[in-house]
Design a protein. Structure first.
Lengths: 113, 116
């Protein structure tokens, strides 16, 4: 029974398109996150979100937007895709509070052509 | 500006011996440190964590040591097993001013290879 799931696992698309990645967690966690792992293998936080507030990494372009229909879901929408958006995107969740371990999904491999 | 550094891209250890993975950090506001293990094409898996008020935390074969004055932590795995071959990420967390959790800051990872 998967704790944090993401769809799709692979996404190949053309530059300029708009795409979404879905994330669901069944752990009952309060906070969800999106991370990007770039070609240099760095994992960097993009957003963290609970039902009270959204924290945005200031380096993330506003073409990226998280949308949470409910506590168990945090989807990532990307507008006007660019070549540099090609990366692996990981969703994660945790209980609220610093130090709480984050549990990651399997990742979505995005390739922009 | 890397706030969490793992200076060894790879480490090879014989099965049954101790594996020691190192991590350094620069931000003194970090108050929790975590280690994650990652297999190819999978998400990172949480292994063990330590609060900045402690200097050691142990869980089975895994022990994390924190030297706050040196801003250094290490993960010890003993005995090392073939299934331990993976990339290990060090990560740090700081209390967000609003009281919630901010994202983790990750190191670049160390690829641990356990030799039979």
């Amino acid at each position: 029974d998967t704790a944090v799931s993401q769809t799709p696992k692979y996404l190949v698309t053309q530059m300029g398109n708009d795409k979404s990645i879905k994330c669901e967690q069944n752990l009952g966690h309060d906070t969800m996150y999106w991370y990007k792992q770039d070609s240099k293998k760095f994992l960097k936080i993009m957003f963290s979100y609970n039902n009270k507030e959204l924290i945005i990494n200031e380096t993330v372009p506003n073409r990226f937007s998280p949308k949470s229909p409910d506590k168990a879901h945090l989807n990532l929408h990307i507008n006007s895709l660019e070549l540099g958006d090609s990366a692996v995107y990981f969703c994660a969740s945790s209980q609220v509070g610093t130090g709480a371990p984050q549990y990651f999904g399997p990742g979505t491999r995005l390739l922009v052509l | 500006d890397q706030q969490v550094k793992q200076n060894s891209p790879s480490l090879s250890v014989q099965e049954g011996r101790i594996s020691i993975l190192n991590c350094d950090y620069t931000n003194s506001m970090f108050d929790y440190f975590l280690w994650y293990k990652k297999y190819p094409a999978e998400g990172p898996t949480f292994l063990i964590s330590i609060s900045s008020i402690k200097d050691k935390n142990e869980d089975g074969r895994f022990t994390v040591f924190l030297n706050k004055s040196a801003k250094h932590l290490s993960l010890h795995i003993v005995p090392s097993q073939p299934g331990d071959s993976a990339v290990y990420f060090c990560a740090a967390s700081a209390m967000y001013s609003g009281g919630g959790a901010d994202g983790l800051t990750f190191g670049k990872g160390t690829h641990l290879i356990i030799q039979p």
